[in-house]
Design a protein around this ligand. Structure first.
Ligand SMILES: NC(=O)c1ccc[n+]([C@@H]2O[C@H](COP(=O)([O-])OP(=O)(O)OC[C@H]3O[C@@H](n4cnc5c(N)ncnc54)[C@H](OP(=O)(O)O)[C@@H]3O)[C@@H](O)[C@H]2O)c1
Length: 314
């Protein structure tokens, strides 16, 4: 099968030919039609997370994917060949990931039936980003009428978080570079602020001089996060996906600080599929890239602006 792999941490991604993986007992072999890119994919490849993993090289990149069950291992009961599924298909200890024509996942792992109204190219964009958005909104305990700022709202996590926060009845302020504000309003943002003009906190404070209830922050590094946290009223909450917060220091100011680590499980993916099928949540695929062009994409992607998800097609 064809796959995109790295030969070591820091090496350039390459298109390789490699044997199809064998499903072990309890596993599904899935013929992937599409794989969703997430920033963690390039972080892993760079070696930034090497203290937390011992992969086998060559390591096939990617986590998220969608396709059709091609075969099942012994003891699989919940899925059959031909089922359309989506989920996370990474097993670095076996050198396996989702930027490949075939991948495996445990039947009780992060896999579920695809949302019925979606194509694999759309479903592959969902797992990591939308599950993380769900975690953020849960961790913030957002309620109707609260005002929440989402920093990094135009990306994969942020677009889902904007919709899920608005679904809870929150007043959403979304960061958006010029040209992206209409997209964010269509997804449920009540206001947008242009982060490329600088001073997101000042722009928000101008319209909300008494502060706001919550911040969901996907991009602000530890050295700069205090200016954003200062917007939150005592009793409020700030959540970060990049571990930028010092919860103890925030607690001293009566602000709850949560460094969110996502949970992507089969039941959560099944729940998200239901929300998508109900029409309440959209996932916007910004670009589709054929597998053979993925190495070029992956070399350039850190410098690109995200207005939704990038999906690799097989
Ligand atoms: N903790 C976890 O479990 C977890 C899970 C998922 C993701 N993450 C992390 O969360 C982050 C976001 O993930 P993602 O998938 O949403 O990334 P993404 O799709 O690349 O989106 C990032 C967005 O942030 C915007 N942005 C960049 N700098 C900004 C700034 N200074 N102010 C406001 N917006 C800014 C970008 O738009 P422009 O380019 O137009 O500025 C882009 O739309 C990544 O670092 C990812 O690794 C963590």
């Amino acid at each position: 099968m064809r796959a995109i792999a790295i030969s070591d941490f820091g090496a350039d991604p390459e298109l390789i030919e490699t044997p199809e993986p064998e499903p072990r007992p309890g596993e599904l072999l899935v013929r992937l039609r599409a794989a969703g890119y997430n920033p963690v994919d390039t972080k892993i490849a760079s070696g930034a997370m090497k203290d937390r993993m011992s992969p086998r090289f060559p390591l096939i990149m990617g986590q998220d994917g969608a396709g059709v069950v091609a075969a099942v291992g012994a003891e699989v009961t919940g899925f059959r060949p031909g089922d359309e599924v989506y989920g996370r298909f990474a097993d670095p200890s076996r050198g396996l990931g989702s930027f490949a024509e075939y991948a495996v996942v445990a039947q009780d792992g992060p896999v579920a039936f695809m949302p019925k109204g979606m194509l694999p190219e759309q479903a592959a964009a969902v797992p990591t980003a939308t599950a993380t958005a769900r975690d953020l909104v849960e961790a913030a305990r957002l309620e109707e009428g609260q005002t929440v700022l989402i920093v990094g709202a135009t990306g994969g996590v942020g677009q889902s978080a904007t919709q899920l926060a608005a679904l809870r009845g929150a007043h959403v302020i979304a960061t958006a570079a010029p040209g992206a504000d209409e997209i964010m309003r269509a997804l449920g943002a009540a206001e947008t602020v242009d982060h490329t003009k600088g001073g997101v906190a000042d722009q928000v404070l101008a319209g909300h001089p008494d502060g706001i209830d919550a911040v969901l922050d996907l991009v602000t590094p530890p050295a700069a996060v205090d200016s954003v946290a200062a917007l939150v009223r005592p009793g409020g909450v700030i959540c970060s996906t990049i571990h930028a917060l010092d919860p103890e220091a925030l607690a001293a100011r009566e602000i709850r600080g949560v460094n969110v680590v996502n949970q992507v499980t089969g039941p959560i993916l099944a729940e998200l599929a239901d929300v998508i099928d109900s029409g309440e949540l959209r996932v916007r695929v910004e670009s589709l890239v054929p597998l053979e062009h993925a190495p070029t994409l992956l070399r350039e992607i850190a410098a690109r602006s995200a207005r939704g998800k990038t999906v690799i097609t097989m």
